[in-house]
Design a protein around this ligand. Structure first.
Ligand SMILES: [Zn+2]
Length: 206
C-alpha cells in the first residue's frame, strides 16, 4: 500500500474518532428519514487544531505538482473557506520563504445563485492558479459553481479537493478532484420502514 493510501485509511478512522463521521448507528435525521451514517462537518472546526491536522493530511495526498503550482486556495463559506484559509497557510510553511505568499479567497453565500466571489477576491484570482477546496463534497454542485466563478474572474482552476467525499457527486468542475477520505453511506429509510426501528435499536444521540 502506498503512503497516500495509508494517510487516507487513517483519515477515515480519524474522522470517526473526532465524531465527524459516525458509522453503524441509528440516526433520526429529523426529516422523516432514518439511517446508519451521520456526518457532522462542524466537528472539523470546533477545535482549530483538528482542521490543521486534516489540512496537513489533505496536502499530503495531493500530487506534488498541484502543491507546487497553487497560488490561491479558495473555498465556499463556511467550512470550505475555513479549510482554504488553513491550507493556504500550511502551503507557505512547506515552501521557500522567498516565494510569494499563498493567497486565500472565500466565496460568499448568495441567496439567489448559491455562491459569489466579491470584486476584491476576483482581483486576487485574476491570472493565478487556484486550488478549490471544501470540507465535504456532496453533489459536486458547489465546487462546480465556485470553479465557474474563478474562471469568470480570470483565474485558472487547477484542482478541487475536500476532506470528505460522500461519493454522490453528479457534477465535476472539469479538473482533477482529490479527497482525503471517501465513504458511500448506505441508503436511508423512511421512518415507518426503518429496519433498525423494527429491531428495537435505540436511536443514537448526536
Ligand atoms: Zn429507525
Amino acid at each position: 500500500m502506498s503512503r497516500r493510501d495509508d494517510i487516507r485509511e487513517k483519515a477515515l478512522k480519524d474522522l470517526q474518532q473526532h465524531e465527524v463521521l459516525m458509522l453503524n448507528g441509528h440516526f433520526d435525521f429529523g426529516n422523516g428519514y432514518h439511517g446508519r451514517v451521520y456526518l457532522n462537518p462542524h466537528q472539523l472546526f470546533r477545535h482549530p487544531s483538528t482542521i490543521w491536522r486534516f489540512g496537513q493530511d489533505l496536502l499530503d495526498v495531493l500530487p506534488a505538482s498541484i502543491v507546487e503550482e497553487t497560488e490561491v486556495v479558495a473555498g465556499p463559506v463556511m467550512g470550505g473557506a475555513l479549510l482554504a484559509h488553513t491550507i493556504a497557510g500550511l502551503l507557505d510553511s512547506r515552501r521557500a520563504i522567498t516565494r510569494p505568499q499563498t493567497i486565500f479567497a472565500p466565496f460568499s453565500v448568495d441567496p439567489d445563485c448559491g455562491h459569489t466571489l466579491s470584486r476584491f477576491y476576483q482581483k486576487q484570482v485574476l491570472g493565478r492558479n487556484v486550488l478549490l477546496v471544501d470540507d465535504v463534497r456532496n453533489t459536486g454542485q458547489t465546487l462546480t459553481r465556485c470553479a465557474a466563478l474563478v474562471r469568470e474572474g480570470g483565474g485558472s482552476v487547477i484542482a478541487t479537493a475536500e476532506i470528505y467525499d460522500r461519493m454522490e457527486a453528479m457534477m465535476d468542475a472539469g479538473v482533477p478532484n482529490y479527497a482525503l477520505a471517501e465513504y458511500k453511506a448506505p441508503e436511508n429509510y423512511a421512518a415507518a420502514e426503518c429496519p433498525m426501528c423494527k429491531d428495537g435499536t435505540p436511536i443514537a444521540a448526536f
